[in-house]
Ligand binder design. Structure first.
Ligand SMILES: C[S@@+](CC[C@H](N)C(=O)[O-])C[C@H]1O[C@@H](n2cnc3c(N)ncnc32)[C@H](O)[C@@H]1O
Length: 227
């Protein structure tokens, strides 16, 4: 189903001010990666605290709660749809959260925005499972994306993935392993373990209220120059 473009979207995006980083991106992945437009992270957050990244942040509920809970960490919430990210960006702007920024882009382009080894943790929360075989390369745990995450993560950095989708979880688990990643943690029922640090996302709230189990894994990239 196609989503209607929200009314006055451009004005609303502009009104978010510096919560939204440069969103005038080149949507051609090859061009964007060839001519990088690196974000000066220390200048943006005015500190050199560790940077966490969420890819596919949707309406930004997780990003906002994370930024509130961990003021000593910077957070960058990435989403390809401006129509969706706007709610989170507006709320964060109202809350005046200095450690949270939003970026409208496709995950494929991230190497063009962030320096190698600049990210401490990447969250993949309820990423679109793209179940059709023909769309496998759009899954955010496809080898193509794992390569981008390895590039971005600092030594010791990890990817944390949560999903309600068993097949997608299995695909992701296998993809991490076959690409040389180490699985540090894995559960097929997150709510069977008391994880007091868990922050619920909008999708997570929906699925847990319907009684679905939540799958979670934490993975570390193969040893790289950043280690
Ligand atoms: C199912 S929603 C989950 C939203 C939120 N993380 C949550 O858990 O409530 C997945 C989001 O990922 C975004 N997305 C999918 N592929 C993406 C990509 N390649 N780059 C950036 N965002 C992407 C979609 O637009 C969508 O908003």
């Amino acid at each position: 189903m196609r989503m209607h473009r929200k009314k006055n979207l451009d004005i609303r995006l502009n009104n978010c001010g510096d919560i939204l980083l440069d969103n005038k991106i080149d949507l051609n992945a090859k061009l964007a990666v060839k001519s990088p437009n690196y974000i000066d992270i220390n200048a943006v957050y005015k500190n050199d605290n560790p940077l966490c990244l969420e890819i596919g942040c949707g309406k930004g509920g997780f990003a906002i709660s994370h930024a509130q809970k961990y003021p000593q960490k910077n957070f960058l919430a990435v989403e390809r749809l401006s129509n969706v990210i706007i709610s989170g960006a507006e709320k964060a702007a109202q809350l005046k959260l200095n450690n949270l920024k939003f970026l409208i882009t496709n995950a494929e382009l991230l190497k063009g925005f962030l320096l190698s080894g600049s990210v401490d943790k990447i969250f993949l929360n309820f990423s679109c499972p793209y179940p059709k075989k023909g769309y496998e390369n759009r899954r955010l745990t496809n080898a193509k994306f794992l390569d981008i995450y390895s590039h971005l993560l600092a030594g010791g950095g990890t990817v944390e993935q949560k999903t309600d989708n068993k097949d997608f979880f299995k695909y992701s688990f296998d993809s991490f392993l076959s690409n040389g990643w180490q699985i540090l943690f894995c559960t097929e029922d997150l709510y069977s373990i008391a994880d007091k640090d868990n922050i619920m996302t909008e999708y997570e709230y929906r699925f847990t209220s319907q009684g679905y189990p939540i799958f979670k894994l934490v993975a570390r990239p193969p040893k790289s120059l950043n280690d």
